[in-house]
Write a protein that binds this ligand. Structure first.
Ligand SMILES: Nc1ncnc2c1ncn2[C@@H]1O[C@H](COP(=O)(O)OP(=O)(O)OP(=O)(O)O)[C@@H](O)[C@H]1O
Ligand SMILES: C[C@H](N)[C@H](N)CCCCCC(=O)O
Ligand SMILES: [Mg+2]
Length: 238
């Protein structure tokens, strides 16, 4: 039975998809079988016809295994995109597929749409949130954060929300890091200290984001021992 990790972020456009791709490539290099699962996708890719994450995972990152379940064209919160497209998001169906994937892969990286406090569907007169799914199916989560001005509040409030919902955060990944920026340097240290979480990776701001950049970062993580730290966090020995 494989392990599943929920890849969340301090919001949308933080770099969950990019970071998830690098993690997938690094773990595969360590001999793990990895699938990426983005069950709820909203918004189209630059080609104007494909769904954003599926396009990225299949055609940019060229991962060996990736899939979605609910694909909605409006680039909106899932609850609204679902309303406008007449889509009925069923968490139980997502959970069933996730269990199937865990039977087949060592690691399943599950990407959320936006941050944790994002509504999917109505249940019993209230919104069923992304965080409800993560909690109900006991998925440990990795939090992706940016590094610039504002990142502290976004990371601290996201972590507080996760804790309040009973979600276990395994660690932090900082994205779009710029070494020359003192705010970035200090934010990595300050946020990790405030949240008392390990820094699993720091991804630089890349001039271009294509497979070769992702592969280079995956190799770097392995060389730095960061990828092995992921396996420890995952609870799978190398
Ligand atoms: N380290 C990076 N360097 C340069 N560009 C980046 C980096 N990380 C992400 N990007 C770019 O930032 C944008 C948002 O990234 P991404 O799609 O991974 O965000 P996301 O958190 O997955 O968003 P969503 O909530 O829609 O899933 C994309 O155009 C992506 O190519
Ligand atoms: C369209 C976007 N890229 C994501 N797929 C969905 C982001 C949902 C964010 C909801 C919110 O926090 O307001
Ligand atoms: Mg994404």
């Amino acid at each position: 039975m494989g392990n599943a990790i929920f890849m969340t972020g301090t919001g949308t456009e933080i770099g969950k998809t990019v970071v998830t791709s690098i993690v997938a490539l690094a773990l595969e290099r360590l001999g793990m079988s990895v699938s990426v699962f983005k069950p709820v996708q909203t918004g189209l890719a630059e080609d104007g016809v494909s769904f954003a994450e599926q396009y990225w995972y299949e055609r940019v990152a060229k991962l060996s295994a990736s899939e979605g379940m609910y694909y909605m064209e409006p680039a909106m919160s899932p609850h609204l995109a679902a309303k406008l497209t007449g889509t009925s998001i069923e968490p139980e169906r997502i959970a069933e597929r996730l269990e199937w994937l865990k039977q087949r892969y060592d690691v399943v990286l599950v990407e959320g749409a936006g941050g944790l406090a994002v509504p999917w569907c109505e249940r019993g007169g209230r919104w069923y949130m992304t965080s409800d799914f993560v909690r109900d199916y006991e998925l440990p989560a990795v939090l992706v954060s940016l590094c610039g001005l504002g990142a502290i509040h976004h990371a601290v409030t996201t972590a507080a929300y996760a804790n309040a919902k009973g979600i276990r955060l395994l660690g932090l990944v900082f994205n779009q890091f710029q070494e020359q920026e003192i705010i970035h340097q200090n934010n990595v240290e300050t946020i990790a200290a405030l949240l008392q979480l390990p820094v699993l990776a720091v991804v630089p701001l890349l001039p271009a984001v294509a497979r070769r950049e992702l592969e280079a970062l995956a190799e770097q993580w392995i060389d730095q021992g960061k990828a092995n730290q992921w396996l420890e966090v995952l609870g799978v020995g190398v």
